[in-house]
Design a protein around this ligand. Structure first.
Ligand code: GDP
Ligand code: MG
Ligand code: ZN
Length: 318
């Protein structure tokens, strides 16, 4: 904490939570300040939310002395990364600022479960495309491995390991894989995301020792299972933070288009120079090296199907 002017105490910190219009800012010493922004708050990110969970900020304390627990956010530092919330397509809010779910994420952690809900490789592929497009390192977490009695899930995940994506197999119930996960998260800011019911809150509670609400409701019921709306950022005992974020349906995929999607399937990159057309979409063109690789089995057919499904879902206005 440095003193700028007499009776004006400034400090730096990180936004670790929001509560209505208030921002919880954690200082390097671990103190939590209840802060607000004001019309003069300076931002290095003018096109998006003024402040979000994960932001580095400079705060002026409003109460002097060591007991001060409140402050005003004077400055929001430039973001190294940001998870942007999807815009509601029913409302024309194109002039509105981008809403940031979480800032300065260093690792994206898609969490899936072996069963209940069943493992969806389509969903994993969606996350991987998103991570590649944002150039975010990714760690796949498969929870509820206690339910994978015939190792079917391990076989389904082989394709991702072969592609070089790290996978952590966890069972909170059996306490397996937790050590590896702790190691992979240490010292980094990680965003957990996934379908409700996969066990995100249960894992985060175990890692951080806090008590996030976990859902007792069935994942099958669909409605009312969302126990996580605002992102919350929690410190890890070994350093770093985890952020519980909503599922990928809430993320903006606005930067992913039909023409750049092919670059986000890393196994395509090696073979696509061999396609007859330089701008080959690998869907209908003749003499396509990607489709040939799928037929020969060197590109996984399920991954290619995910590509086609995403390609169809993306509307470039073509
Ligand atoms: N079988 C099994 N169930 C788990 C495991 N981890 C969590 N669950 C259960 O899965 C349900 C959903 O967990 P929750 O943490 O609320 O999921 P979230 O919606 O992803 O945050 C709860 O009933 C948990 O007890 C696990 O390792 N194995
Ligand atoms: Mg949850
Ligand atoms: Zn092609």
């Amino acid at each position: 904490m440095k003193e700028k002017k007499t009776n004006e105490l400034y400090c730096t910190g990180r936004v670790t939570g929001t509560s209505g219009a208030a921002y919880m800012v954690t200082t390097p010493e671990g103190r939590v300040l209840r802060c607000r922004t004001f019309p003069g708050t300076q931002s290095a990110n003018p096109d998006s939310s003024l402040a979000a969970v994960g932001d580095e900020v400079e705060v002026q304390l409003t109460l002097s002395g060591t007991e001060a627990l409140e402050g005003i956010i004077m400055q929001v530092q430039p973001r190294k990364s940001a998870l942007i919330r999807r815009r509601d397509p029913r409302r024309n809010r194109s002039r509105e600022k981008q809403q940031v779910i979480a800032a300065n994420i260093e690792l994206l952690v898609p969490v899936v479960s072996a069963y209940e809900p069943p493992l969806s490789t389509r969903l994993i592929d969606r996350y991987l495309v998103f991570a590649e497009s944002e150039q975010l390192p990714v760690l796949l977490v498969v929870n509820k491995m206690d339910l994978d009695r015939d190792a079917g899930v391990l076989r389904m995940m082989e394709v991702y390991q072969a592609l070089g994506y790290p996978v952590c197999y966890v069972s909170v119930y059996d306490k397996t894989g937790i050590g590896e996960l702790v190691e992979a998260l240490e010292g980094r800011i990680s965003a957990f995301s996934g379908h409700s019911g996969v066990g995100k809150s249960t894992i985060i509670n175990l890692l951080t020792g806090v008590r996030l609400k976990t859902s007792r409701t069935s994942w099958k019921s669909g409605k009312g299972v969302h126990t996580t709306s605002n992102a919350t950022m929690l410190p890890l005992p070994g350093g770093g933070y985890v952020i519980d974020t909503p599922g990928i349906r809430e993320f903006s995929l606005a930067d992913i288009t039909r023409s750049n999607l092919r670059f986000y399937f890393r196994e395509f990159l090696k073979v696509m120079q061999e396609c007859a057309f330089t701008s080959c979409s690998h869907t209908v063109e003749p003499d396509c090296a990607v489709r040939r690789a799928v037929e020969e089995g060197s590109i996984d057919a399920g991954r290619y199907e995910s590509y086609l499904a995403l390609f169809d879902a993306l509307d470039d206005g073509i």
